[in-house]
Design a protein around this ligand. Structure first.
Ligand SMILES: N[C@@H](CCC(=O)N[C@@H](CS)C(=O)NCC(=O)O)C(=O)O
Length: 235
């Protein structure tokens, strides 16, 4: 068997896991999950009890949820890829620190903006949450700019799974029209570098249902129904 990544559309944070799988060189399949309709369905809750994407079915058939756990799993199963530095090294600590920042502070800073949009808020409530979201998003960009310093990549001199994850979340500031990334020159340069990556083009095309050319070992899509049926058969 090979891993299956359940990725959420539109604009899902699963984007980074798709990029990481491409960079890993591991053979893998994708299962597309529409949000919010399918992600909150009873069928999908059999994959992930908290109704979130991404989720990874491992090559051994276990389910791993949460972006950090998934990225670590992919890295551990592709040790030559450089996605995750070896545990116990300074490189690992740096990688893990920046990934934790992205998965908590950076991710969370967008929640007022998503809430205002998804709950159709208007008037004063909408203005308050929008102002709060803009403040938080600007702050985490300034923080990440400082963390990045003069490094070309978030974990230092080498591309890692943290960069893949960053790309999936950073685009939300374009979606919500929060800031001009050129105000953060190091992050802007990182974003431009990532934009040129074939794996990023691939993930974008996959999300948009366009013809996508894998430079990794992507096998193809599988339907949620088929994954669930095969699980029942195996049980
Ligand atoms: N802590 C989780 C957060 C996952 C998460 O919030 N996923 C969103 C998409 S980015 C989701 O599935 N939302 C469900 C929905 O929109 O209904 C992780 O890091 O994987």
């Amino acid at each position: 068997m090979h891993p299956i990544l359940f990725y959420g559309v539109p604009e899902g944070c699963s984007f980074g896991a798709i990029v990481a799988l491409e960079w890993s060189g591991l053979p893998y399949q994708l299962c597309r999950i529409d949000m919010p309709a399918v992600v909150s369905s009873e069928a999908y809750r059999r994959i992930n009890a908290v109704a979130e994407t991404p989720s990874l079915r491992t090559a051994e058939g276990r389910q791993v949820n949460q972006s950090m756990a998934i990225l670590h799993h992919i890295g551990a199963h592709s040790p030559g890829s450089g996605l995750v530095p070896p545990q116990g090294t300074p490189g690992f600590d740096r990688f893990n620190e920046v990934l934790a920042f992205l998965n908590t502070d950076f991710f969370e800073s967008f929640s007022p903006l998503w809430y205002a949009m998804e709950h159709g808020l208007e008037g004063g409530e909408q203005r308050t949450l929008t102002a709060m979201g803009h403040h938080k998003v600007r702050k985490v960009h300034a923080d990440l700019e400082n963390m990045l310093g003069s490094n070309p990549w978030l974990a230092g001199t080498q591309r890692s799974a943290a960069d893949a994850y960053f790309m999936g979340i950073a685009r939300w500031s374009d979606f919500h029209q929060v800031l001009d990334r050129r105000d953060f020159p190091a992050l802007h340069a990182l974003h431009e570098r990532l934009k040129a990556e074939p794996a990023v083009h691939f993930a974008h095309a996959v999300e948009h249902g366009e013809a996508a050319r894998s430079t990794g070992a992507f096998i193809g899509h599988v339907a949620l129904r088929d994954v669930l049926e095969s699980t029942t058969t195996m049980a």
